[in-house]
Design a protein around this ligand. Sequence first.
Ligand code: ZN
Length: 431
Amino acid sequence: MQFWDQNNECMHRDEIEQVQLERLQATLNRVQKNVRYFKKIFREIDFMAEDLSSLDDLKKLPFTTRKDLRDNYPYDMFAVPLREIVRLHAPARSIDKPVVMGFTVNDLNNWGQLMARCLSAVGVSKEDIVQVSLVPGKMIGPFGVQLGTELIGSSVIPMSVGKDLNQLKIMRDFRTTSLVTTPSFALGLVHTMDSMGIDPIDFSLKHGILGSEPWSESSRKKIESELNISATDIYGLAEVFGPGVAWECPEKNGLHIAEDHFIPEIIDPVTLETLPPGTMGELVITTLTKEAFPLIRFRTGDITSINYEPCACGRTCSRISRIFKRCDDIIVIKGNIVIPDQIGKILDRFDSDKPSYQIVVEQENDKDIITVLVEISDKIFFDEIKKSQRFLEEVQGDIFEYLGWEPKIKLVEPGTFDSTEIVIDKRNFDD
Ligand code: ZN
């Protein structure tokens, strides 16, 4: 079994907790001193960073939500002055204020180390050629993968998505051994290979490191058998570095969390009570090493469970179960985060009476299709086909412009859907 950092990946539980406690104390001291938002929160609950004497004391602190991050746009969550920031990311596009993440030199070093751990855990070494089919800018992932591969010493081919035939040609000619992408893009490549009669025997591919969206075990089996590779899951979120928070080892039995960098908790998303290991709930993350953008008890919205049993691979850090559900109405599709409320805000621009809409997500031939149903009203009623066509194009154009993805839009009669249900996600990842 390969370890990039055996000292930190295989600590005893009491050693992990000691490292976490020391780093948590340092993080709380820094945020209390330097982050206006946390200074105010700690004052409100009469908490001093030095009051923390055990990991259990973390529960005295309130949760941080995405709304808190947006409300502090652009820099009020930063714990260092801007002159120490060497990179800024605002990957999720929004009609409102986006969340802005900052990185110091040390943050980038730590992120690279985490990505090196995750890639090497599945066998990526300096002998490998890693093709990264993720959209830079729109997604934060490619930058982290690049840091990790360069630390390992493997050759990286930064690509984007789309142009399947070109991707397959490069994969074959450059003798790509590892593909880092979304599961849906990997499935798209499988379909293109099928339809063009391309045989994976011509490829050198061994590893698929896939993430940024939910996927099922049956999709994994299909990708593995059709591409003749081992496919593993990787988890992260833009607010907390990006990918590299947790990853599967070759046991494929849960994703190891880098507990020397993060404290995971599982809570009931309704009562906010902490849940015991093995129980499904919302993942909450506290960062321990982030300098520029530390987060305390950040509610991820992702539903999972946590397992502290040792893994057969030898790693001792806990594992979360694969994530395919959320406890809020956010949809993750093709690596994009879709916030339904944002569609409402775009439609309001055309009809101030707030037209009813419903977002339907389906899978067709392993492809995620997203359709926005818009109810016709006095203002959105067109007896001329030309007019309604123009309306549909304008809404679609605005969604692409502001949110970065393209749905189908359909005008429907009032009463066609239950307007209290904004999202209908028909995809099934639980198999
Ligand atoms: Zn393992």
